[in-house]
Design a protein around this ligand. Structure first.
Ligand code: FBP
Length: 555
């Protein structure tokens, strides 16, 4: 197999660990903190998780370890969308297992949770792992979105665990996958089968974060990759001076990715979904805001610009949110009936017949492509697949129509030529930045320590992330602590609370302070490509989001 120079060199990069994890593995002791409570719905969640609710927080300290030295056979899965660094979580886990006892075994279950159910696995060896160190992607064992939720699935997983003598399972995933991890941990604890379950926080969306998890892995690299390209587009726009670029970025419901890319590149427009919802802004409010910026620039002779749109925006526009939630309920409750409708006309009629007046009127005014995208299959967790809704094109159509009106009544004197882009898949498998390579390796290594200390239902947590790896802390947080009840497929389910952009937090505040200037002036910032080797001030930087959250951002 032919490897690129970067591929070859990256295989030998030695990820940095927090100081505490650099100690001899037998000299790292577990320390239990105070018992915990779930973020809300405490009584109900306690009832649902009698064995894994209320566990204490965990940290590690330098002291002789009392961890069991029994032979460990650990199973690992990658779950959900790809995020740079997944391979390093596995290599960190593998190295810690082997450091502790060379007879320990790590099995990788293929294709996500379904691999664990169907017993589709591979045993990791040095040679196998070495070919994937510090590389992007999840191709080492693949990933999938199967939801582990039925007793039948749990029974199958328990049989697979018994067959291999598994002592623990590590689930590397986002909020939904870690919710699955918690449900599985509770099931195993109830069955007393001795199999521990540990989660690791993954998602480029950045929405798996809270007071204990500072960021999910992959967010750093994905945002830097998108920002590099958006920065290039900004420069092209400022060179040619003839196009408005509308760029949609991934991030599902939350606008963290859009916000970080905006801080990195300083575009003329960035819409934040959470603000749209908080201010109850309608579609026409958003269109008017963008048209105002285009008009002001156009009338000043600047017929170019860049607008960043979060992929989940559509779900935040109050009237569209109601429409989507009604469609979600309708399609989940009547799945069998709806799946028999094969023509677009019959599907359209079915939707219109079942929507209330307001939602129907809105649905009827949307372009056909958007109507079709809103009726597409939900993902296995019941979410509408926002990555497939072309919001950027919808906004271009609506802004263009608004500008035509303004031109007709003489207020707009510019020219509006637009181009659309969608960045998502481009960033999910990039070579992990040094931050993600180090963070992920540490998460995997730390997961082993949680396993060796016999705990279950915890997420592996590495914190103090803005301070550089040697100052990072390592520990574990009970997954139940992050849970609340939310409506899924029309029913209330215990799930990890998604973190949306905090409109009172320092990251949004910084954007809010500068956006009027960025709208009017051409104040683009060009972050360039991720640097893996060279000066620490270009190689070991975090996201601006993390720096602002830690009060470390210097403009
Ligand atoms: P996770 O939430 O599983 O990490 O996936 C994130 C994501 O990349 C979203 O940003 C995007 O909406 C979605 O996956 C796309 O899903 P798919 O890979 O199934 O097309």
């Amino acid at each position: 197999m032919s490897l690129s120079p970067l591929q070859k060199v990256r295989l030998n990069y030695q990820p940095k660990l927090p100081l505490i994890l650099q100690n001899d593995i037998h000299n790292v002791a577990i320390k239990f903190g105070e018992p915990t409570e779930s973020v809300s719905d405490q009584e109900k969640i306690k009832e649902m998780f009698p064995n894994t609710y209320g566990l204490p927080k965990i940290s590690f300290e330098k002291a002789p370890s009392k961890a069991s030295d029994k032979k460990q056979v650990v199973g690992v899965i990658l779950s959900g969308g790809q995020a740079p660094g997944g391979h390093n979580v596995i290599s960190g886990l593998y190295d810690a297992l082997k450091k502790s006892n060379k007879d320990n075994v790590l099995l990788g279950f293929k294709g996500g949770p379904s691999g664990l159910i169907d017993d589709d696995y591979v045993e990791f060896t040095d040679d196998f792992i070495n070919a994937y160190r510090n590389t992007g992607g999840f191709d080492i064992i693949g990933s999938g979105r199967t939801k582990l939720e039925t007793v039948e699935q749990f029974e199958k997983v328990a049989l697979v665990a018994k067959k291999h003598g598994l002592t623990a399972t590590v689930i590397i995933g986002g909020d939904d996958s870690n919710t699955n991890a918690c449900v599985l941990a509770e099931y195993f604890a109830q069955k007393k089968n001795g199999v521990q379950v540990i989660g690791c926080p993954k998602t480029i969306d950045g929405d798996l974060k809270n007071e204990n998890i500072e960021t999910s892995f992959g967010f750093d690299t994905a945002c830097k990759t998108f920002s590099e390209v958006i920065g290039n587009i900004c420069r092209d726009s400022n060179s040619a001076k003839k196009y408005w670029h509308f760029v949609k970025v991934m991030g599902r419901s939350a606008s963290h990715v859009a916000l970080e890319c905006a801080l990195e590149t300083q575009p003329n427009v960035c819409i934040i979904g959470e603000e749209v919802e908080a201010k109850n802004q309608s579609m026409s409010d958003i269109v008017n805001y963008i048209a105002d910026v285009v008009e002001e620039r156009g009338n000043a002779g600047k017929n170019f610009g860049v607008a960043i749109i979060p992929e989940g925006l559509i779900e935040f526009i109050p009237e569209v949110k109601i429409l989507i939630s009604t469609l979600n309920d309708l399609l989940s409750k009547n799945e069998a009936e709806y799946s028999k409708l094969t023509s677009w006309d019959s599907q359209y009629k079915y939707a219109c017949d079942h929507l209330d007046d307001n939602s129907r009127k809105l649905f009827e005014t949307l372009p056909v492509d958007i109507q079709k995208q809103l009726l597409m299959d939900r993902d296995p967790h019941g979410n509408v697949q926002v990555s497939r809704i072309e919001t950027e094109k919808l906004l271009i159509t609506l802004v263009s129509a608004e500008l035509k009106k303004r031109a007709a009544n003489g207020t707009y004197k510019g020219k509006f030529n637009s181009l659309n882009h969608f960045f998502g898949y481009e960033g999910r498998c990039a070579f992990p930045s040094n931050f993600d390579a180090d963070y992920c390796y540490s998460l995997g290594y730390n997961a082993y320590l949680l396993i060796a200390n016999g705990v279950t239902g915890y997420m592996s947590v590495v914190s103090n992330l803005a301070a550089g790896p040697s100052n990072w802390n390592a520990g574990g947080i009970p997954i139940t602590k992050m849970m609340n009840l939310e409506k899924r497929h029309g029913e209330y389910k215990p799930v990890i609370r998604k973190a949306l952009v905090d409109l009172d937090g320092p990251v949004f505040k910084y954007f809010e302070k500068h956006r009027a200037e960025w709208a009017k002036e051409t104040a683009f910032r060009y972050p360039g490509a991720i640097q893996y080797y060279g000066e620490p001030e270009v190689c070991d930087i975090t996201t601006i989001t993390l720096a602002l959250e830690h009060n470390l951002w210097k403009d």
